[in-house]
Write a new protein. Structure first.
Length: 543
């Protein structure tokens, strides 16, 4: 006779005495959505590739390939993404967020070092897709479309690929050899790239090339201007032209005293670039205070470390040869800056306007059905414009303008284009309930602060364009990956198996997780209380 698995009043097994019939609730294994996954604009399965990376060795390639399922630029994104995943990381409420961005960079760099590549395994469809723009969104779309078996051609007006990754992000943040290597990987898959090819009429290009669909991803390369009364000797430039000019053989001449007007990340990039070009004075003039500044805080901090001066609550009133006049501002009760009438004069050899930028939409003139407003193109949830077969993304559509958002647009557009070419609608993916911090049992996790990445000393930063922030070494990368709490998803810690008083948890083997034997389970809920990652839920008994 079997020994009882639970205390019963009668001699015999728990199953014979139907202890499971005592329940009013039953535990159920579930998968919840990790907050890092939910926050990633590129739609990466972050928790999955962290789980692979923590194995080390062969796990690095496995983790890299998991990233590549969604994002073709791990080495780039590990450098330039503003990592909203870390902002959302539950671990930040325990000690510090997992260094997701630094691990992604490590995996991306390891892939380049080892020469890992992506093969096209899908059968060829015979469909041709035109991608206009070789920036993050266009390259992402081309990558995913090629993986789906389509023939893809990219047309770009610039002499080199990368879009705003090349012409809007300085080399000290994104070394060009990293950018070139990850772009080349996409081209090696069979994507064709036609540079110095400006598209002036998208419909004409589609007809000429027998393209079945098009994805438009023209970057925001036109700097916005502001009216500043100026004398004839005043040298006023826009930030995008300055950053673009850094890719030319001769960098732009800014002078020894440079004033940058604006408060975003581009303003920080230009001011820091000016210091590297030899400016003795680089001053950022912004009409609000630091708390209202749109630039990321770490960008501001690094700029100040490098000697950039900040003139918050200030606006430029006049510019003339060698001097600018600024008015001090104050914020009203709504947070809007108001002039005080108090003036100050600054010396300046050049003024750089960093007030935002627009995309060139001239290629859409006369295309039936396409609506544009405020420098952007209207698209439906499937990323298609009002003209059948023409899709758009990146800086051209209303959304946050970051590299990661653009990459996400490219992936979403590619999947919808693939479906549209097949005559079906892309169904998307189901999102689970969010694994919020209150669903975790964090007493099981010991304190483990985030690894710090090496940073170039300030003297070197201001005299060269060397990369400012370094990467993790192998030991730190594994350590950092293992800090993941596996929020919402079972990682087979055996807690439920060990604490169950009825022995009703069955181990299914490595990688297969567990299941409940409801003939024994009395629904006490101890397994839920003791699950570290919140992967078990109590549900009302239905029978």
């Amino acid at each position: 006779m079997e020994k009882p698995f639970a205390i019963t009043l009668d001699v015999g097994t728990s199953k014979a005495n139907h202890t499971g019939s005592w329940r009013t609730e039953r535990p159920v294994y579930i998968d919840r959505l990790p907050p890092c996954n939910n926050a990633c604009p590129a739609g990466e399965n972050i928790q999955s590739w962290l789980y692979a990376a923590e194995e080390g060795g062969e796990g690095y390639e496995k983790g890299w390939r998991q990233i590549m399922a969604d994002n073709p630029f791990p080495a780039i994104m590990g450098r330039v993404c503003y990592h909203p995943c870390e902002t959302s990381c539950n671990r930040a409420q325990l000690d510090t967020a997992v260094g997701i961005n630094s691990i992604e960079r490590f995996l991306g760099d390891e892939a380049l070092k080892q020469g890992w590549s992506i093969e096209v395994t899908a059968p060829l469809t015979g469909k041709r897709v035109l991608v206009v723009g070789a920036g993050p969104s266009g390259l992402s779309a081309a990558y995913h479309l090629r993986r789906a078996g389509h023939e893809v051609a990219i047309f770009d007006a610039e002499p080199a690929a990368g879009g705003m990754m090349r012409y809007g992000i300085p080399k000290y943040r994104l070394p060009r050899e990293i950018l070139d290597a990850e772009v080349q990987r996409i081209l090696n898959m069979g994507v064709t790239l036609d540079l110095n090819r400006k598209v002036t009429n998208v419909e004409a290009e589609m007809r000429a090339g027998n393209f079945d669909a098009a994805f438009l991803a023209v970057g925001a390369h036109i700097g916005k201007r502001a009216y500043i009364p100026a004398g004839e000797a005043a040298k006023i430039m826009d930030a995008i032209s300055v950053l673009h000019g850094m890719e030319d053989a001769e960098p732009p001449m800014l002078g020894r005293r440079v004033v940058v007007y604006g408060g975003g990340n581009t303003a920080m990039d230009v001011a820091r670039t000016a210091k590297r070009l030899g400016a003795t004075e680089a001053v950022v003039v912004y009409r609000r205070n630091r708390e209202k500044m749109p630039a990321h805080d770490f960008e501001v901090t690094e700029a100040i470390e490098e000697g950039v001066r900040m003139k918050w609550l200030s606006t430029i009133k006049h510019a003339d040869g060698g001097k600018i006049l600024i008015e001090k501002m104050e914020l009203d009760e709504t947070g809007f800056p108001q002039g005080t009438g108090e003036m100050e004069e600054l010396e300046a050899d050049s003024v750089v306007l960093a007030l935002g930028q627009d995309a060139d939409l001239s290629l859409l003139e006369g295309v039936e059905g396409i609506e544009s407003d405020g420098g952007t193109v209207a698209v439906s949830p499937n990323m298609m414009t009002g003209h059948p077969g023409i899709f758009a993304g990146g800086d051209m559509v209303p959304d946050e303008r970051t590299v990661t958002v653009g990459i996400g647009h490219g992936k979403r557009a590619a999947r919808n284009i693939d479906a549209w070419l097949s005559g079906v609608a892309y169904a998307g993916t189901h999102k689970h309930e969010l694994a919020s911090f209150d669903k975790l049992n964090t007493w099981y996790y010991s304190d483990a602060p985030q690894s710090m990445r090496p940073t170039l000393d300030v003297a070197r930063r201001t005299s060269t364009f060397e990369e400012v922030v370094g990467g993790l070494d192998e030991n730190n990368a594994v350590y950092e990956a293992r800090r993941c709490l596996s929020c919402g998803n079972c990682f087979e810690c055996d807690n439920c198996y060990g604490v169950c008083p009825d022995n009703s948890v069955i181990k299914l083997g490595p990688g297969k997780r567990f299941e409940f034997d409801y003939d024994y389970c009395k629904g006490c809920g101890i397994c839920v209380a003791e699950c570290p990652c919140g992967a078990i839920s109590m549900e009302p008994e239905t029978i």
